[in-house]
Each structure stands twice: as structure tokens, then as C-alpha cells.
Design a protein around this ligand. Structure first.
Ligand code: HEM
Length: 508
């Protein structure tokens, strides 16, 4: 029989014993350290194995459900909390102060993009919207400078938008006084503004190829927000079995093919000395890099096609839907429409509206801002990802964690807005009726990933909205009362108004 004394007499046994003691100490230290980390992680509802918190969230309106979770349980969890979508840990940021602190004060740490399975399928990690690292940095920088070179936010794009206003007005005139569902007409106008910058040309609204491209984008953006695609992100092996996934992939491929055709035409007539558009500028940069024999540049065909598809989609559905919300609010609240039209008649009269009129039209400016605030079209921004470990508001969040900055909770924050859930242009006006900026107005998000088309979008919203209201009075169709106009958004990644009809009645 071996006694303890015998054990200590053998040197091998002593080593073994020391090793065991060390392991025990390490294990104890490690578990207490991990549990300390666990303790400091943002709190949240208890997840089930495999499903996480999927059964507790409404996948049809994830944003309002998370907001609800926040409102209901904020006393327990506060403005930074964790939900598990399946096994995927997701940190939700809610409320103006928290979202701003994360995206602006910790811009680097919260500036990564979460490329969910569906976003990867659609973009393969290229382009601007769903990429990361040096490639994203270079593509974003190139897009910003090139869009500005071709007019974004200046007189050149003002001219393009005013030209497009005429075409849009013609469409409305053809249906003057008759009820119509303007479905994608406004999207065509928005799409033509970004197309003019990207391809140096606009499309006829009746062009079937153009119509199909806009329709496919619109449908894809809607499908990305459906429950089945959210489930696909959690269980990617389901993909080909889901109808919505198959339709989405078909749409993405078809649009890629159409855009490739446009790029090939531009390539054939390219003159590097005289760039006509965004695509020309990209191709010229690519040629120059190839001539200098620079290897591994980010200026390759994939980045070109995906940057173009990103800008086409991001520049169309967002602005188009915001304008549709604006016209719906005007038809539903005619007293606000009266005041916009009174200001338009007083400041502009019957001449063409220009961007410089905005500073003399505080009421109209406030109505457009309030439209963006209440419509809240990108309710959860686009998912972010932490680019490194970060301690935020006392919580530890590991590198690579998915983050939802809930823009809904900023634009409808009860501590920031006097009447967060109703249409109230006074949010943006002082007692004297002067326009006031509000910090919590964040529909374009903030920080490193903030919308890069903001200046173009703001110009489009002002010129399209005022031109339409100068010419037409928007009303519900005959037999429908204002209060019957439904403001419930349709399900989708971008919130659009549910299908509805309005009448555009000529004011002249
Ligand atoms: C009313 C119109 C628009 C709204 C409300 C809007 C809103 C947004 C939001 C919320 C994001 C996500 C920011 C984040 O992840 O934190 C975004 C990203 C983006 N937007 Fe817009 N947008 C609008 C119009 C446009 C237009 C006209 C363009 C094209 C010129 C555009 C191009 C982009 C791009 C490329 C990104 C990705 C930025 C990145 O990941 O680095 N957007 N936008």
C-alpha cells in the first residue's frame, strides 16, 4: 500500500502532485475569471439551447419587438442588453444617448459590419454596404470622393434632381385627380438621380429593363426583412429550402447581370481622359493601377459590380419610401399640408424650387425632418459588429459581437421627443417658427458606417417633395376618410407604407 509519505519520497510523484495542484488553481482562477466576464456581459433574457431567445422575439418586426423588450424590461436590463438569435449573441443598443455614445464616441470599436449569411450571399464580402477591413475603407473613400466629384450634394446634382422632377411631375399629371397607388413611380425618380451619377444617364420610367431592376431591388429589400430570411440567418443550411431565399438569390443575380451589361457598354466607350461617371472613374483607377503593375489592389471587377449594386439599391428604396411616407402624411394630416403649401406660395410662388429656398422655408424643412423621424425607414440601422473587445457603459463586449443600434429607439426616444409617436413638425421648430436641429434626429445613423448618401438624399427629399406639393394637393381617394389612411408599415428591412391609393389634385 502506498502512503502519503511514500508519495513524497518519489520525485516524480512530487512533480505530478505539483502539476495537479497548479491545474486545480488554474481551473479555479479561470472559471472565476470567466464568470466575472459573464457577469460583466450585457444582461438579457435567458436563452434556450439552440434557439436562444428566438421564441421571445417577433421576427416580423424585430425592431419594435426589441424596443418593446427594452421598454418593458429596461428596469432590469437597461439600454445595453443581449439577445441570442439562435446561438448568435447580439447586443442591442437602445436610446439616443447609448446609440450615440457607441457609434460616435466608440466609433472604431462599433464600426464593423456584421455580414449575416444573407448579406454574404448577396455581396460575397465585396462592395461598401456589407464589407469590412481595408477593402471597405478603400471602397467607401472612393465612393464618397467620386460621388462628390460627380455632383453629390452640390449644384450639379441639384440640376439633375430638378430635371428628374419634371419627369416625375409628368407621371403624376397623367393620373391627375384619379386615385392611384404610386407604387414605384417615385422610386424610379430616386433611382434615376443615382443612375445619372453612376452611369452618366437616366432611364425612361417605361423602360421594362429599368422597371424590372427597381422592382427586383424593392422586392429583395422587402424579403430581407421577412421572418423566413431572419431564420435563414440563424440556420443557414435551410437556404435552398426557403422560397424567399430562392427568390432573393434570383433577383440579386438578375440585377447583377443587368448592371454588368451597363458596365460593359461603358467600358467599350471608356476615355480615361474624360470620365463621364462613377463607373468610368473606377475603371480608370483600375487601369492606372494595372499599368503601374500594382498587385492586389481593391479595384477589381467584384468591388466594382457590388459597389454599383449597393449604391443603386441604397439610393433608390430609401429616398423613394421616405417620399411616399411624406405624401401619405400630407394626405392624412391636411392642416400640415395647408401650411407647407402656404409657405411654398409665399416663398417660391410659381417659379422652380431651388435648394437655396430651404433656408427660407423652416416649416417645410420641419415637415420633411418629421417625416423622416416618424417614418423611421431603417429601424435597426444595418447590423454592426465590434471590431475589437470593448468595455461600454460598464459592460464587456467581445470582438466580433453582432450589434443592433436601434434607430427606432433614438427617433422615438421618449426622453428626447415631446410626442415621439405622433406626427408633429414642431419637434423641429422653436417658438418663433425658426427651424431647429435636434441631436436625436439620426435617420442616417452616425459614426464610421453612417449613410454616405446623406447629402444627396436630403437634397432629393427637399426638391421632390416641394415640387410635388407646389403642383398638387394630395388627398385620400373618394370615399376614404383621412383617419382611415393606414400608417402601419409593411414588413421589410426598410419600412415602407402599406399599399394605399392617393389622389394628386392639380393646384393650378
Ligand atoms: C432617405 C434616404 C436614406 C436614408 C434614411 C439612409 C439611411 C442609411 C442608414 C441608416 C444606413 C446604415 C448606417 C449604419 O449601418 O449605421 C445607411 C448606409 C448607407 N447608405 Fe444610406 N440612406 C439614405 C439614402 C442613401 C443614398 C441616396 C445613398 C447613395 C448615394 C446611400 C448609400 C448608403 C451606403 C453606401 C451605405 C453603407 C455605408 C457603409 O456601410 O459604410 N444612402 N443609409
Amino acid at each position: 500500500m502506498i502512503t502519503l509519505v511514500d508519495l513524497f519520497q518519489s520525485s516524480t510523484s512530487v512533480c505530478l502532485l505539483v502539476a495537479i495542484v497548479c491545474l486545480l488553481v488554474f481551473h479555479r482562477f479561470h472559471s472565476s475569471f470567466s464568470s466575472r466576464l459573464q457577469k460583466r456581459a450585457p444582461p438579457g433574457p435567458k436563452p434556450l439551447p439552440l434557439l436562444g431567445n428566438l421564441l421571445q422575439v417577433d421576427l416580423h418586426r424585430l425592431d419594435s419587438c426589441l424596443l418593446h423588450v427594452r421598454n418593458e424590461l429596461s428596469k432590469i436590463y437597461g439600454p445595453v442588453f443581449t439577445v441570442y438569435l439562435g446561438q448568435k449573441k447580439t447586443v442591442v443598443l437602445a436610446g439616443y444617448r447609448t446609440v450615440k455614445r457607441a457609434l460616435v464616441n466608440h466609433a472604431e470599436e462599433f464600426g464593423g459590419r456584421e455580414v449575416t449569411p444573407i448579406f454574404y450571399d448577396c455581396n460575397k464580402g465585396h462592395g461598401i454596404l456589407f464589407s469590412n477591413g481595408d477593402s471597405w475603407k478603400e471602397m467607401r473613400r472612393f465612393a464618397l470622393t467620386t460621388l462628390r466629384d460627380f455632383g453629390m450634394g452640390n449644384k450639379v446634382s441639384e440640376g439633375k434632381i430638378i430635371e428628374e422632377c419634371h419627369y416625375l411631375m409628368e407621371e403624376f399629371e397623367q393620373r391627375e385627380g384619379k386615385p392611384f397607388n404610386n407604387a414605384l413611380t417615385i422610386h424610379y425618380a430616386a433611382s434615376n438621380v443615382i443612375s445619372a451619377i453612376m452611369f452618366g444617364k437616366r432611364f425612361e420610367y417605361k423602360d421594362p429593363v429599368f422597371q424590372a431592376m427597381v422592382e427586383r431591388d424593392n422586392e429583395s429589400i422587402r424579403l430581407i426583412g421577412t421572418a423566413s430570411i431572419l431564420i435563414y440567418n440563424v440556420f443557414p443550411w435551410l437556404g435552398p429550402r426557403l422560397k424567399n431565399w430562392r427568390v432573393l438569390m434570383k433577383n440579386v443575380e438578375a440585377n447583377k447581370e443587368e448592371l454588368k451589361r451597363i458596365i460593359v457598354d461603358l467600358k467599350e466607350t471608356l476615355n480615361p481622359e474624360m470620365c463621364r461617371c462613377f463607373v468610368d472613374a473606377f475603371l480608370t483607377r483600375k487601369l492606372n493601377l494595372e499599368e503601374s503593375e500594382i498587385q492586389d489592389s481593391h479595384y477589381h471587377d467584384d468591388n466594382l459590380i457590388y459597389s454599383v449594386t449597393n449604391l443603386f439599391a441604397a439610393g433608390t428604396d430609401t429616398t423613394g419610401n421616405t417620399l411616399k411616407w411624406g405624401l401619405l402624411f400630407m394626405a392624412k394630416y391636411p392642416h400640415f399640408q395647408d401650411q407647407v403649401q402656404e409657405e411654398l406660395s409665399r416663398v417660391v410662388g410659381s417659379r422652380e424650387v431651388r435648394v437655396e429656398d430651404r433656408k427660407n422655408m423652416p416649416y417645410t424643412d420641419a415637415v420633411i425632418h418629421e417625416t423622416q423621424r416618424l417614418a423611421n425607414i431603417v429601424p435597426m440601422a444595418i447590423p454592426h459588429k465590434t471590431s475589437r473587445d470593448v468595455t461600454f457603459q460598464g459592460f464587456f463586449i467581445e470582438e466580433g459581437t453582432t450589434v443592433f443600434p436601434l434607430l427606432t429607439s433614438v427617433l422615438h426616444d421618449e426622453s428626447e421627443w415631446e410626442s415621439p409617436n405622433s406626427f408633429n413638425p414642431s419637434h423641429f421648430l422653436d417658438r418663433e417658427g425658426t427651424f431647429i436641429r435636434r441631436d436625436a434626429f439620426m435617420p442616417f445613423s452616425a459614426g464610421r458606417r453612417a449613410c454616405l448618401g446623406e447629402s444627396l438624399a436630403r437634397m432629393e427629399l427637399f426638391l421632390f417633395f416641394t415640387s410635388l406639393l407646389q403642383r398638387f394637393r394630395f388627398t385620400p381617394p373618394p370615399g376614404v376618410k383621412e383617419e382611415e389612411l393606414d400608417l402601419t408599415p409593411a414588413v421589410g428591412f426598410i419600412l415602407s407604407p402599406s399599399p394605399h391609393e392617393l389622389c394628386a389634385v392639380s393646384r393650378q
